[in-house]
Design a protein around this ligand. Structure first.
Ligand code: NAD
Length: 229
C-alpha cells in the first residue's frame, strides 16, 4: 500500500476546497472493509460511489506459477473485491446506514477480455471481475437496491503497475528490450498512445455520475482501440 501517496492525494484534494480523507486498508481484511466504510459514512454522511481499484499483477509463465503467489493474487484481486461489494451493498441498499443506492465501479482490464502470455493468473482474476460485476449488477437491480454496478477495462496505463509489466515482459523474454516494448505496445494501440490515469478516471467519473443512470452491468473498454484490432 502506498500510504504517503494516499495521504498526499487526499491533502491535494482538500487544498482545492473539497473534503477528502485517506484510510489505510488491506482489501483482504474483512474487518478493515467494515471499519473503512463506517468511517466514510460518518465523515461524509453517506456512501454514493464505491470503486474497487486495488489489485496486483504477477508476470509468470503458467508452468512456473507458485501456489502461494496464485493465492495471494486471487485474495487481493478477486476475494477482496467480492468482500468489498458485500459491505458496500449492505451500506448502500435501502435500510442500510447510507441507504440511498449509488454506483459501484470495478476495475477489470483488457486482460479480463483477451489472453496474454505470462499473465495467466492476472487474466484469471480480471475475467472473474468481469462476470462478478454482471452478477452483482443484476442482483442489485432485481432486488431494487438502486445500486448500479459496472466495470472498466483499461489497456496499458502509465502507472507503477503498467511500467512494471513492461519490465517483467522484458525480463521473461516475452519482448526483447524496453525500446522494443514501446514499439510493440504502440503498434497495438490504434489511437497512437498508451493510457494515462486520467483516461481511466474520466470513465469512472461517467459511471459514478447520473449521466450513466440507465447503465448497469456493462463494460467500458478504455484502451485506445487496442482490443478492436
Ligand atoms: N496500469 C495498467 O496498465 C492497468 C491496465 C489494466 C487494468 N489496470 C487495473 O487498474 C487498477 C489500478 O491499477 P494501477 O495501474 O493504478 O496499479 P498500481 O500498482 O499503480 O496501484 C494499485 C494500488 O492497489 C493497492 N493495493 C495493492 N494491494 C492492496 C491490498 N491488499 N489492499 C489495499 N490496496 C492494495 C496498491 O497500494 C496501489 O495503490 C487495478 O485494478 C489494475 O488491475 C491497470
Amino acid at each position: 500500500m502506498q500510504v504517503e501517496r494516499g495521504e498526499a492525494t487526499a491533502a491535494c484534494i482538500c487544498e482545492q476546497g473539497v473534503k477528502a480523507i485517506f484510510i489505510r486498508h488491506d482489501v483482504t481484511d474483512e474487518s478493515g472493509w467494515v471499519a473503512a466504510l463506517d468511517l466514510t459514512i460518518k465523515q461524509f454522511g453517506g456512501l454514493d460511489i464505491f470503486v474497487n481499484n486495488a489489485a496486483i499483477e504477477q508476470t509468470c509463465m503458467i508452468a512456473d506459477v507458485k501456489f502461494a503467489d496464485v493465492q495471494k493474487l486471487i485474495a487481493i484481486n478477486v476475494t477482496g473485491m467480492i468482500i468489498g461489494h458485500k459491505h458496500a451493498i449492505r451500506a448502500m441498499r435501502p435500510g442500510g446506514p447510507a441507504g440511498n443506492g449509488g454506483s459501484i465501479i470495478n476495475l477489470s482490464s483488457v486482460s479480463g477480455l483477451i489472453g496474454t502470455p505470462a499473465l495467466g493468473v492476472y487474466t484469471a482474476s480480471k475475467g472473474a471481475v468481469r462476470l462478478f460485476s454482471k452478477s452483482a449488477a443484476i442482483e442489485c437491480d432485481r432486488l431494487g437496491y438502486g445500486i448500479r454496478v459496472n466495470s472498466i477495462y483499461p489497456g496499458l496505463v502509465d502507472t507503477d503497475m503498467g511500467n512494471k509489466l513492461i519490465d517483467d515482459f522484458v525480463g521473461l523474454g516475452v519482448i526483447m528490450d524496453r525500446a522494443d516494448a514501446q514499439q510493440q505496445m504502440l503498434a497495438g494501440y490504434p489511437i497512437g498512445r498508451t493510457g494515462v490515469p486520467v483516461d481511466i478516471a474520466n470513465a469512472a467519473l461517467f459511471l459514478a455520475s447520473d449521466l450513466s443512470s440507465w447503465i448497469a452491468g456493462t463494460e467500458i473498454v478504455v484502451d485506445g482501440g487496442m482490443t478492436s484490432t
